[in-house]
Design a protein around this ligand. Structure first.
Ligand code: SAM
Ligand code: CA
Length: 248
């Protein structure tokens, strides 16, 4: 069977939507209604520009959805976030929504192994006048986190941390991030519903990449669900985001 046809069949069977699909809602019409009624016309111009630029990139499906961007922007304002972190930048759509939400002296430590994709979005971020809030580090996030954890002054110093990178490391990131986020602060883990495959039967014929990451997500979801140091809220926005509020 051709790869595309196979993917389509799997998608129908297990709710693993096609690349580019940005909602877990049952009806595409309902999702479209949300976007058209309350999202698109309120999307800040630089975000629209960045979204359109990203749409021309082969890995465009990696970016968070437009409604998730709107959600994160409001969330960051509600919690008065000032010192934040992002693991997994890609072209910077979630980074820009964060940067726009923070006060002028707000900070984002942003990490990605790929600088080239970040540089696609960077001119738009600069034009939006928020690039000064961003400290971009190219390379794997883990060594940076290990360095941060070594210094006690970084402990409990972040208001918000968005994790949207290598799913196999979410569980390892969590061990470090729980030290770095403030008590009362938030960590957001993205893609925790993994296109609905978290409920696919164990023997479902999923593509290897989907299955492997689904398994990592299942492990992290289980761990977060019983972690006494946090309160959690799993939201079906985008591909699922689990918000973890540190309570001790
Ligand atoms: N948040 C981004 C957005 O809204 O456009 C999407 C991020 S994309 C899903 C995941 C990113 O994680 C990729 O750009 C990839 O290069 C990056 N990544 C993968 N492994 C990483 C690692 N070990 N450390 C840091 N970044 C990593
Ligand atoms: Ca994501």
């Amino acid at each position: 069977m051709e790869a595309k046809a196979e993917e389509q069949q799997l998608s129908q069977a297990y709710g693993h939507r096609q690349v580019g699909q940005k909602s877990l809602l049952q009806s595409d019409a309902l999702y479209q209604y949300i976007l058209e009624t309350s999202v698109y016309h309120r999307e800040p111009e630089p975000m629209k520009e960045l979204r359109e630029r990203t749409a021309k990139h082969p890995l465009k499906a990696m970016a968070i959805s437009v409604d998730e961007g709107q959600f994160l922007n409001m969330l960051l304002k509600l919690i008065n976030a000032k010192n934040t972190m992002e693991i997994g930048v890609y072209t910077g759509y979630s980074l820009l929504t964060t940067a726009l939400a923070l006060p002028d002296d707000g900070k984002i430590l942003a990490m990605d192994i790929n600088r080239e994709n970040y540089e696609l979005g960077l001119p738009i971020i600069q034009k939006a006048g928020v690039a000064h809030k961003i400290d971009f580090k190219e390379g794997p996030a883990m060594p940076v986190l290990d360095e941060l954890v070594k210094d006690e002054k970084n402990h409990a110093s972040f208001d918000f941390i968005f994790v949207d990178a290598d799913k196999d490391n979410y569980i390892n990131y969590h061990k470090r991030l729980i030290e770095l986020v403030k008590v009362g602060g938030l960590i957001g883990y993205d893609n925790t519903l993994w296109n609905g495959t978290v409920v696919a039967p164990p023997d479902a014929p999923l593509p290897k990449y989907v299955r492997d990451n689904r398994d990592f997500i299942l492990v992290v979801n289980k761990a977060l669900a019983v972690d006494p140091r946090i309160e959690i809220c799993m939201l079906p926005v985008g591909d699922g985001i689990t918000l973890c509020r540190r309570i001790k």
